[in-house]
Design a protein around this ligand. Structure first.
Ligand code: FAD
Length: 521
């Protein structure tokens, strides 16, 4: 019978296994062969934050290497003839490819960007010279938008799939096992690339094909079914189906679908700014002390409120992280955040975004689902033009100046490498969004005193929080209602938001696609 209970641990002892053992023995009142921590979180309600551990007593010590090898043994060389083209090598695309292999179907992954290590050169080019490669950037390339991110693996979409299975696959490919127990697991941008490389090795080792620099420009359709894709150089790749896992920035794909009269729909999304505080202020706000215990993680926050009936919420908070330029085309500025495994940078950043409604899109020309893209593009281009110097230097304003309607005369230091220039951000965002953000900052300052401060910097713009469109699919078969064997998948299709939920969607869709071929050979 399993024996599980919770203990509170002083941060001094969290890495001291002998101390933990003694504490557990005292609490259990009996001896045991070993123990496993099943869940780890921080309780910061008092002035002395503590770790809360859920521990299980074990009668024998587990063998971690056995668990990893039993997961990897599920991926065997594909013997069947069926093949599916997967558009995109992000979490949705790679987990779909792995699931196809598990089901005996060969994946052919077409990724417009470069492999995960080669991508680093493109990131350096954006950071240092402001040059955006439209095929290889923070959103595009092997690993997708998740590769150079914070690697947060927390999801609320627990009903949509098996989170544990996704984490197991990450661990089997080299992620630290701690991600399976932390309440807010994260991997870090310095560790993710190697894990992604190992996933690629598994896919190729089982007979899957991965093509980099392969931008899909068309989906081939015959007799109402998807039968392959056409690349930018007109090469055709034939397949028995197509999984469309192109991410939320694939405007070319969304336009192509509209031109082919394949239905896509507008979906709610949000835009706003990135907020950056010195990390010590967030630590003080959450841990009630400006000197964080070295064993406590950099503190984070999650905030939301309604202003005039419009939702405003923090998004993708990166404690101890950096703000990065995530544009996918030259001539635009888009921001997001990332952090390394140690989360030890001196800044804390988070998106702060307001919901966009249909009426906000009316002035932006195009109709239907494309209006949202025109809206995003307009804001991003104006953010780029604001400096007048064709660089990735971002418009910025102190939080207090933004709320009180003043141009900032000075700006504080930031983690954003391309730099910032003072600009009134209300000139970039629609009035409805500006008003909602001003109301929200004031409200959050009421709830958490240190949050509303002139030491917080707002950088513009945060426009790609999720896909502005949904590509419909039939719930059981997962196929598009108009095109058989076309499987919309992941964040770009509007079914996921984040690494883990995109990965879970990849698994579900690939399972449904494989099932349409009947039992495994
Ligand atoms: C900087 C940053 C930090 C983030 N931090 C986190 C985090 O900490 N935790 C978290 O859960 N989420 C985070 N996210 C969001 C997360 O990365 C995405 O939700 C997730 O990657 C979506 O997965 P996906 O596979 O659906 O799409 P994507 O990851 O966007 O992958 C889509 C892939 O399709 C490719 N593609 C697009 N068009 C074409 C085409 N025409 N032909 C061929 N290939 C194409 C792209 O190159 C891309 O590689 C972050 C995002 C960014 C940008």
């Amino acid at each position: 019978m399993s024996y599980i209970f919770e203990i509170a641990v002083d941060p001094d002892y969290i890495h001291d296994r002998d101390h933990l053992r003694r504490q557990i023995e005292k609490r259990a009142g009996r001896s045991f062969a070993d123990f496993a921590v099943r869940r780890r979180s921080v309780d910061a309600r008092s002035r002395h934050p503590k770790f809360m551990l859920q521990v299980e007593l074990l009668e024998e010590a587990p063998d971690a290497s056995m668990i990893a090898s039993s997961i990897l043994s599920q991926f065997e060389p594909v013997k069947g003839e069926k093949r599916i083209a997967v558009i995109g090598a992000g979490p949705a695309g790679y987990f779909a490819a792995l699931e196809l292999i598990r089901c005996g179907v060969k994946p052919i992954v077409c990724e417009r960007g470069r492999d995960v290590l080669a991508r680093r050169k493109s990131l350096k080019l954006i950071q240092q010279d402001g040059v955006v490669d439209p095929d290889s950037n923070y959103c595009y390339g092997e690993g997708g938008a998740g590769a150079y991110s914070d690697g947060k693996l927390y999801t609320r979409s627990v009903k949509r799939g098996n989170v544990g299975e996704i984490l197991d696959i990450f661990v089997a490919h080299g992620a630290v096992p701690d991600i399976k127990i932390d309440a807010h697991p994260h991997i870090g941008s310095n560790r993710l690339p190697r894990i992604i490389e190992r996933m690629r090795e598994t896919i190729i080792g089982c007979g899957g094909i991965i093509r980099f620099g392969a931008r899909v420009e068309d989906i081939l359709i015959e007799n109402g079914a998807a039968v392959g894709v056409r690349l930018q150089d007109r090469e055709k790749i034939e397949a028995d189906g197509v999984i469309l896992a192109c991410g939320h920035s694939a405007r070319g794909i969304f336009r192509m679908l509209c031109e082919k009269k394949i239905r896509i729909e507008a979906k709610p999304f949000a835009v706003g700014v990135r907020v950056e505080h010195p990390q010590h202020m967030i630590d003080e706000m959450q841990y009630h002390s400006n000197k964080r215990h070295p064993n406590l993680p950099a503190a984070n926050y999650r905030l939301s409120c309604q202003i005039n009936g419009r939702g405003v919420y923090s998004f993708c908070m990166c404690p101890g992280g950096f703000i990065v330029p995530t544009a996918t085309e030259p001539g635009e500025i888009v921001l997001n955040g990332m952090s390394l495994a140690g989360r030890d940078a001196p800044f804390a950043n988070a998106g702060m975004v307001a919901e966009i409604r249909e009426e906000d899109l009316a002035p932006y020309g195009e109709e239907g689902p494309l209006a949202a893209m025109a809206f995003q593009a307009d804001i991003e281009t104006r953010a780029f033009d604001a400096s007048g110097e064709k660089s990735q230097r971002a418009p910025a304003q102190r939080m207090t100046d933004f709320v009180e309607g003043r141009v900032s005369s000075t700006l504080q230091k930031t983690s954003y490498i391309p730099g910032v220039h003072s600009y009134p951000l209300d000139r970039l965002l629609p009035a409805s969004v500006t008003e909602a953000l001003k109301g929200a900052f004031t409200e959050f300052g009421r709830r958490k005193r240190d949050y509303y401060t002139e030491d917080a910097l707002l950088l513009a713009v945060e426009t790609r929080t999720s896909s502005p469109v949904r590509i419909p699919r039939i719930e059981v078969t997962m196929m598009h209602p108009q095109v058989r064997e076309l499987y919309p998948c992941g964040e770009g299709a509007g079914y996921a938001g984040g690494i883990v939920s995109a990965a879970m969607d990849g698994v579900r869709v690939a399972g449904a696609a494989a099932e349409s071929f009947g039992p495994k050979d």
